[in-house]
Design a protein around this ligand. Structure first.
Ligand SMILES: [Zn+2]
Length: 75
């Protein structure tokens, strides 16, 4: 009797963060990071990544505008 697997294991990528929305500069729309409503994912050079809890404040590297992101705020 041949054996075959009934179910294949479901791949669960640990580094995947679903439903991340873009966080963009209010003035020039430069991408500042991504957020899931509670935390902000920040990218830096050479592949460094950070997750920060809201509220997060960032100065746009492009136009210098101060941007603030608070939890519960969409967009
Ligand atoms: Zn800007």
């Amino acid at each position: 009797m041949p054996t075959r697997p009934d179910t294949l294991p479901t791949p669960k990528p640990a580094d995947q963060h679903p439903a991340l929305r873009d966080w963009r500069c209010q003035r020039c729309f430069k991408l500042l990071g991504r957020h899931d409503g509670a935390r902000v994912q920040l990218h830096f050079a050479r592949g460094h990544q950070y997750f920060a809890a809201m509220p997060v404040t960032a100065i746009c590297r492009c136009c210098g505008k101060l941007n603030e992101l608070r939890s519960g705020k969409t967009g």
